[in-house]
Design a protein around this ligand. Sequence first.
Ligand code: DLL
Length: 437
Amino acid sequence: MSGGTYDGYLRNPEVETLPRDKLRELQLEKLQKTAFHAYANVPRYKAAWDAVGALPGDLKSLSDLAKFPFTVKDDLRACYPFGMFAVPRDQVARVHASSGTTGRPTVVGYAKEDLNAWAEIMARTLSCAGARPGDIVHNAFGYGLFTGGLGVHYGAERLGCTVVPVSGGMSERQILLLRDFGARVLCATPSYALSLAEAADRAGVDLRKLPVAVGFFGAEPWSEGLRAALDERWGFKAVDNYGLSEIIGPGVACECVEARDGLHGWEDLFLFEIIDPDTGEVRGMEEEGELVITTLAKWAQPMIRYRTRDITRLTDAPCLCGRTHVRLKRVTGRSDDMLIIRGVNVYPSQVESVLMGLPGTAPHYQLVITRDGALDNLTVAVEAAANSSVGDFDEISGNIRRKLKETIGITCRAVVLAPGEIPRSEGKAVRVRDDRK
Ligand code: DLL
């Protein structure tokens, strides 16, 4: 299959195209089983549910789930390290953890059958993004406690691919490997794919001549503008996939390469809800809000109504690829990442969308917040494109300020930096620097 041609390949045609009423029946059955398992084996769930009088047996329909309390990151922290496990520790075959910027890491455990299910859902996810059995998969997601590296690794093996387990870093060498091995699929954070493109320029390698046809990207918010820039530089199709450690890691939702229009959330394994982030009330299809996920088959560490803090909306409109699973709109950012600049709410990815369309700028930026008396100030630092001259910088920064005011309504300072001055990422990019403390 070339980059985006529809060849009809589905990893699991029966499940991926299951009629929605059948999907819901399957979800209810698995939800009931998960709830009994969680209640019987995780004291924290038992205590929380007892406190509101919700019992697993109350789940007669999917909408009954709304009576159950949410689970939040602090629950995992409070039970650090192994208190959320629903099986004895010696039945946990692997742990991962997210470092987090503050406090204790969040630990997640996988039983043997969870690892098996994860490899399978990742095989489905990669094939949804356009990977095919026999492909060479260059995996530049970080290996280790982060779920990206190993999650993609075992999924690609399961799909029947040849995996190059390169992890992040040593970009020049990665370019050589991409050129010499002939990978068809590149897996990385979108920001690291940009750094790799720069390394290719330095090495004099024309990425468009390489056989890479699919860019499998995720783990951080990114904009349509960045997608267009990556497609252009690499000559592939960049595809968005979403996941989080608490739920499983990568493999929760993925765009199909055919439409690249919303991420199919795998409803045979996860139940998706959108809630009002302030009141916790459940919202309907097409309404924006915070994504809440319940795992339907995770045995070592079931998650019931986990509040992701990610803002998105769902649609059950049919997709041209034929998959029936609900689609999540591209995640613009976590509610925790939202900045409030002089009363205006803004996500870094919204700023990125504006910057990507501006002439003279390169797709490298950082938002710096400082405090001036009682007021928060935002400075948008952007690199100039390699071909802009110093004389253009004033014009470019004026443009940035005007555009951000017009489109998002924020007032900020804009600084144009020379190419190479914004720190590059090897994993998740740090888009915001908070200098207020
Ligand atoms: O980032 C898992 C992952 C690995 C996903 C590789 C995709 C590819 P965490 O480190 O726990 O897990 O971070 C999860 O990252 O709640 C989102 O805020 C953000 N995130 C992940 N994927 C996307 C995406 C992995 N495609 C947190 N778009 C999530 C926007 C994303 N944000």
